[in-house]
Design a protein around this ligand. Structure first.
Ligand SMILES: [Ca+2]
Length: 605
């Protein structure tokens, strides 16, 4: 997957989108903040103590004290904590620490004692250990993925420049993200059969992805399952890497071939084939030194932050937010906190916290913005091309219109002009709404561009309660044909004879009647009122434009082109397939007054 990266200028001093509200003090060198789902928070101290925050206060006695097994220095000590799925019943958890002297990393399970606010320091069961050639770059994070497996990020072993080339090594866990199954068998971990290198000698089977330098903090988006990795850089650039939830593992994040977006070794002319480059990088020019990866905000208290990935630099305390915009990302400065932000944490409600390593404070992140409502793009829902056509359905991608995941669909005709308190106007006229959705972190509205819309452009704004988004203006086309296709890019074609859907199993036949569905065919005879559907009987709402269809370059007879009966803002084209169409996958192209749609695929018998 490739993304266009739009880096916005991040002016110092101007950014103040968030504030830090202190919730606890006196935490010695916090390295992790975790929640177990009970309302409690667990503050991990680098010296080997886990402090428990309950009912708004720190419990005086520690939740866990393993100071006899570890020692804080530099990047060494107690570094990570993870609660497995089902912790409330299991009553055990996992920690990641280095032994005194920092030559061994230990991932171990500990059990809660009969007092649920206290764990038994003698209950350690080691899951795995990793020898450390150098004292730095020990990783430290533990995180259970949405698949229930434990993800363990190890740094490259340390020193500088990865002298052992561990990041690219196949026989070491150093410089890797591991994925193991700790829960199926408590006596020994298992390697999931779906790990990418499980049958690929000489790779170690635990390896999930590689080419990492020091993935100090990483997190799964609790809503989408995407994995965000803050990977600490060498001398030039800090990086945030992104692994979509659909990943099957095996990513090579590039270290030490590359540091961020530039070749490192060899430099220049490193081989970038197959590398997954960071989503963003930032350089050290302004005193930034070490990235601390955070979380995608999925809480409910601050709608303006929803869907934003927050991260920070440890040295300067600068905090940024990454948001998706259409096909790319925006990275913006949120706050100059001037704190040594060593870790983020997320509670069960999705609210976020940070730990100040130097100052010992734990802070809740709050948004200082009123809810933000904005439109990132307006596209033809069939072709995904930007632009609008009067009478057609359009999709606008928005932020701040729907906080929680789900789809709200209009249940009446004519379509309503409000869904869940959200409305939209096009050139000042309220638009009929079909869908308001928040799916996989993307918010969008399907609306009909009113038939009455005229002019060279359509200016659209969205309103929610008392908040109105800035206007977005796109070109208004007389026609902009687009064909509805499925997720594989195949045209949605219905065989009229038996109302069956064309598919690889039921390919298109010649000399048969088919319907396809389209947008952007423009003005029609006898239009219904905006938001309503056309009549099934004469007089039909035929398209006024000259409509033609070609499959594999062979023109087909168009029997009807006009509004689709029963569907607001959607057109139907009924064709008789030509006898001369060749067999196999073919491009289907729809033309309106000579303007051609993007081709969609169809399988011909
Ligand atoms: Ca090390």
């Amino acid at each position: 997957m490739r993304f266009v990266v739009l880096l916005l200028p991040a002016w110092a001093g101007l950014a103040q989108e968030i504030s830090l509200v202190q919730v606890a003090t006196g935490i010695s060198q916090p390295t992790d903040i975790q929640a177990d789902g009970s309302g409690r928070l667990f503050f991990v101290q680098q010296n080997g103590v886990i402090r428990l925050f309950k009912n708004g206060a720190i419990i005086p006695s520690p939740f866990l004290d393993i100071r006899s097994r570890t020692q804080s220095s530099g990047e060494c000590g107690l570094l990570g904590l993870a609660f497995p799925p089902g912790f409330a019943e299991k009553q055990y958890f996992y920690v990641n620490y280095t032994e005194p002297g920092c030559r061994l990393s230990v991932v171990a399970r500990y059990r809660v004692s009969s007092d649920s606010d206290s764990a038994d320091p003698a209950s350690e069961e080691r899951i795995l250990t990793q020898s450390q050639p150098f004292a730095n770059h020990n990783g430290g994070q533990l995180a259970f993925g949405p698949d229930g497996y434990l993800y363990i990020g190890f740094g490259d072993g340390g020193s500088g420049g990865d002298p052992q080339n561990n990041g690219q090594g196949k026989r070491t866990w150093l410089g890797k993200m591991l994925r193991i199954d700790t829960e199926s068998d408590l006596n020994r971990y298992r390697v999931p059969d779906t790990n990418p290198f499980v049958r690929d000698d000489p790779w170690l089977p635990e390896i999930w992805s590689y080419g990492l330098r020091n993935p100090w903090r990483y997190s799964f988006d609790r809503e989408t399952g995407d994995l965000w990795i803050g990977d600490v850089g060498q001398n030039r650039a800090e990086e945030v890497s992104f692994q979509p939830a659909s990943s099957r593992g095996g990513e090579n994040y590039g270290w030490r071939l590359m540091e961020g977006l530039q070749c490192y070794s060899p430099s220049p002319n490193c081989d970038q084939t197959g590398l997954t480059l960071p989503l963003i990088e930032y350089t050290r020019q302004r005193g930034d030194v070490s990235v601390t990866g955070g979380f995608v905000y999925r809480g409910s208290r601050f709608p303006a932050l929803r869907g934003t990935y927050l991260y920070a630099d440890y040295a300067t305390g600068r905090m940024w937010g990454i948001t998706w915009t259409g096909g790319g990302v925006q990275n913006r400065l949120l706050l100059e906190s001037r704190r040594n932000i060593s870790t983020f944490g997320q509670d069960e409600n999705g609210e976020l916290y940070v730990g100040d390593h130097g100052g010992g404070g734990i802070y809740r992140i709050e948004s200082t913005n009123t809810p933000r409502l904005s439109i990132s793009s307006l596209v033809n829902p069939a072709s995904r091309e930007p632009g609008a056509v009067a009478g057609s359905l359009a999709t606008i991608f928005v932020t701040g219109a729907k906080d929680s995941p789900g789809v709200v669909q209009a249940t009446q005709l004519p379509l309503p002009t409000t869904l869940d308190g959200v409305s939209a106007t096009v050139n000042g006229r309220t638009a009929p709404l079909q869908v308001l959705a928040n799916v996989d972190g993307a918010e969008y509205i399907n609306l009909q561009i009113p038939f009455e819309t005229t002019g060279p452009a359509a200016s659209v704004s969205v309103r929610r309660g008392t908040v109105t988004s800035p206007e977005v203006t796109v070109q208004l086309f007389p026609v902009q044909p687009g064909i509805f296709a499925n997720a594989n890019g195949e045209a949605i074609l219905v065989r009229v004879r038996d109302i069956s859907l064309v598919s690889a199993a039921l390919p298109l036949k010649r000399d048969e009647l088919y319907c396809l569905y389209a947008t952007g065919l423009g003005a029609v005879d006898h239009p219904p009122v905006s938001g309503d559907v056309a009549s099934w009987i004469e007089p039909l709402a035929r398209a006024r434009a000259n409509i033609s269809i070609a499959i594999g370059g062979v023109p087909c007879e168009v029997q009807y082109a006009g509004l689709a009966p029963g569907l607001a803002g959607i057109y139907q084209v009924t064709i008789r397939t030509a006898a001369g169409i060749g067999a196999g996958p073919k491009d289907l192209v729809l033309s309106a007054n000579g303007a051609q749609s993007r081709p969609v695929r169809v399988i011909v018998e």
